[in-house]
Design a protein around this ligand. Structure first.
Ligand SMILES: Nc1nc2c(c(=O)[nH]1)N[C@@H](CN(C=O)c1ccc(C(=O)N[C@@H](CCC(=O)O)C(=O)O)cc1)CN2
Length: 308
């Protein structure tokens, strides 16, 4: 049976570290780090994620502010709000929940957030710093993926890793982090020819294609490690909605370890956001170029895994 990598437990461990860093800043006479979350429209999944982010801030002592804007908010008004937040010294982190409504140019909006406050790591400056290995703020989900992976394989040197998915939010940044960790990385996507055969060679599969249950049991070699980034809502045979990942979970029990959906990568996304907010705050407070919030070189221990 494959070990199940407990994302909730590893996220809690990271939250403890983040809380300690917040307490340290406050004890040194600073205000608590402040995060502002912008949600435009009423996408139900985004509402859930934003609510979770705000609640998570409370737990570690980060001050949070929420701006909920109607779906017909003009791009100009959104950019004006971001400009105001960029200038506000009490705000250390800004994030704009995506997807944004169609009439808004997402790339322009993400570019308008000050790179120092861009706790999502989506600004081209942070993307460039990641791809050149020169620090910056790293997107939350890829950071979480690395932590989960390192809980199973602390040293990724020379490991064959296949990333399925080439999005700017997950596929591309995760590939860069893996290369930094000296892994041999193959980036693929749903149009890649021979994808099952390519995956079957891999020591690690990071499935981030957004394609429900794409990765079947015969795609996975014995003892591989699987990180499932996909989350899709699907109606089960009982008529109830359930969440499924990009991996056919029941078929990959010959793997060494696998992340569940829910309870794997998702909780790490939020924990890494909090860590990134503290990193941004520390930088803005003049603590130099603070280390990446998650410090994922400190691999979480194997006790965070359970067996199915
Ligand atoms: N500005 C951003 N927008 C989006 C991001 C992001 O990192 N920044 N990522 C995703 C959504 N996301 C965070 O915003 C996110 C996705 C999933 C989870 C999570 O905890 N998932 C749970 C299941 C939750 C459920 O019931 O639906 C799990 O996997 O256990 C947290 C955050 C797109 N937008």
């Amino acid at each position: 049976m494959a070990d199940i990598i407990d994302g909730r437990a590893i996220a809690r461990q990271l939250d403890e570290k983040t809380k300690a860093q917040v307490d340290e800043l406050v004890a040194a006479g600073h205000s608590a780090p402040g995060l502002t979350v912008i949600l435009v429209g009423e996408d139900p999944a985004s509402e859930v994620y934003v609510r979770r982010k705000i609640k998570a801030c409370e737990k570690v002592g980060i001050r949070s502010t929420e701006h909920r804007l109607p779906a017909d908010t003009s791009q100009e008004d959104l950019l004006a709000l971001i400009d105001q937040l960029n200038k506000d010294e009490d705000v250390h982190g800004i994030l704009c929940q995506v997807p944004l409504p169609d009439h808004i140019d997402t790339r322009l909006v993400l570019r308008s957030i000050s790179p120092e406050k861009d706790v999502d790591g989506f600004h081209p400056v942070n993307v460039g710093r990641l791809s050149t290995g020169t620090g910056g703020i790293v997107p939350c989900t890829p950071l979480g993926v690395m932590m989960l992976l390192k809980s199973v394989i602390p040293d990724l040197t020379g490991k064959d890793v296949v990333v399925i998915g080439k999005s700017n939010i997950v596929g591309k940044p995760v590939a860069n982090l893996l290369l930094d960790a000296e892994a041999t990385v193959t980036v693929t996507h749903i149009y890649t020819e021979g994808l099952p055969e390519i995956c079957r060679q891999a020591d690690v599969i990071v499935a981030a294609a957004g394609a429900p249950e794409l990765v079947k049991g015969h795609w996975v070699k014995d003892g591989a490690v699987i990180i499932d980034v996909g989350i899709t809502r699907k109606e089960g045979e009982d008529g109830k909605t359930k969440l499924v990942g990009d991996v056919k979970f029941d078929e990959v029990q010959h793997a060494k370890a696998v992340t569940p959906v829910p309870g794997g990568v998702g909780p790490m996304t939020i924990a890494c956001l909090l860590a990134n907010t503290v990193q941004a705050a520390r930088n803005l407070m003049g603590y130099g170029d603070a280390e990446r919030g998650d410090d994922y070189a400190d691999a979480p221990d194997r006790s965070m895994h359970t067996t199915a």
